[in-house]
Design a protein. Structure first.
Length: 336
């Protein structure tokens, strides 16, 4: 959208006035109670005032210019029929911050991190990668029979992997989805939990159920689970199986031992795809037991058609505080 840059000195306050012709889209751009505008104000230290279909940005020249680029980019996204959520705003602000001095100029429309229109269609929603690392990850899930997603919590490793699995399943590319995790005890002992084995194990699997519930209607999911066309099981239950015509995800792979990882990887059967996700900073294995994820990185990174995709705190799509927390721990050399 055109702007009116009233002052040009880099060290003096600047006002940029943007015009957005579609008031309905402008409401979505601003967010509930102007939450999206508030996020841009806080991140870039500018003041944003909305008057009718005009938005004024006040601040130093570079910050105002970057705010203009963010708002123009988000508005273009809305014009393309895509929704704007808080995570999209946060992601774009982090991307702009990480790329200062590498081609993003004041006032430019930023390139949203989904060029090429990568989308994952599920029964309940359309899912899009929000960062360049997520885009590369999703592309690798479609392109490779075995893919690794490695990085901190909140970067969408598991969520996107399950979304791609659901998309491939409803598209008829695979006959079943198999989701697994190591049932490693991190505090409370399994044996102390109430109920039978399923009751004891299900709390460890809950994040996988949560992801599936985001993509499939409840009744359909229940039916698929009952028919075992979707399976959720601990890693130990994979032994002895050959997983053919399936989309297979191993989550929290940093808690698999070397032998468990080898066992799981060798389950791969014909017409199947396998995704391994993990966070090297959250290993819950007993002291002295090496992580199978680290060994897999070392041994498999030169094999063609196996992709390794890495995420950082810049790719966190949860609450912005999650990214700040991760960065704080990474900066603490005693914790890293």
């Amino acid at each position: 959208m055109p702007s009116n840059d009233l002052m040009t000195d880099a060290n003096t306050p600047t006002e940029r006035v943007l015009e957005f012709p579609d008031n309905r889209l402008l409401i979505d751009l601003c967010g509930a109670y102007d939450a999206h505008l508030a996020a841009v104000e806080k991140a870039l230290d500018v003041q944003i005032v909305r008057r009718g279909n005009h938005v004024s940005i006040l601040g130093d020249r570079d910050a105002a210019g970057q705010a203009e680029g963010v708002l123009n980019t988000l508005y273009a996204r809305l014009e393309g029929g895509r929704a704007v959520e808080q995570a999209d705003v946060d992601s774009l602000l982090r991307m702009g911050d990480s790329e200062k001095g590498t081609g993003i100029r004041s006032g430019d429309q930023l390139e949203m991190p989904i060029p090429g229109g990568i989308e994952i269609q599920t029964r309940k929603k359309r899912v899009e990668p929000r960062t360049m690392a997520q885009k590369a990850y999703v592309q690798s899930l479609f392109d490779n029979e075995l893919a690794f997603g490695i990085g901190p919590a909140g970067t969408g490793k598991t969520y996107l992997a399950v979304a791609v699995g659901v998309s491939m399943f409803i598209g008829g590319h695979v006959d079943k989805i198999i989701l697994s995790r190591p049932a490693v005890e991190a505090g409370e002992k399994l044996g102390y939990l109430p109920g039978d084995m399923k009751d004891k194990v299900d709390p460890y699997m809950q994040p996988l159920y949560d992801a599936l519930n985001d993509f499939l209607p409840g009744k359909q999911l229940a039916k698929l689970l009952e028919e075992k066309r979707i399976e959720i099981a601990p890693l130990a239950f994979m032994r002895g199986r050959t997983l053919s015509n399936a989309y297979v995800v191993l989550d929290e792979a940093q808690n698999a031992t070397t032998m468990q990882m080898k066992m799981f990887l060798t389950r791969l059967g014909n017409n199947s795809r396998m995704v391994i996700t993990g966070d090297r900073t959250q290993i819950d294995l007993p002291r002295g037991v090496p992580s199978g994820l680290a060994d897999a990185e070392r041994l498999l990174n030169a094999i063609p058609k196996i992709s390794f995709n890495y995420f950082t705190s810049k790719d966190v799509v949860r609450h912005p505080l999650v990214a700040a927390i991760i960065e704080a721990y990474e900066a603490d050399t005693g914790t890293s």
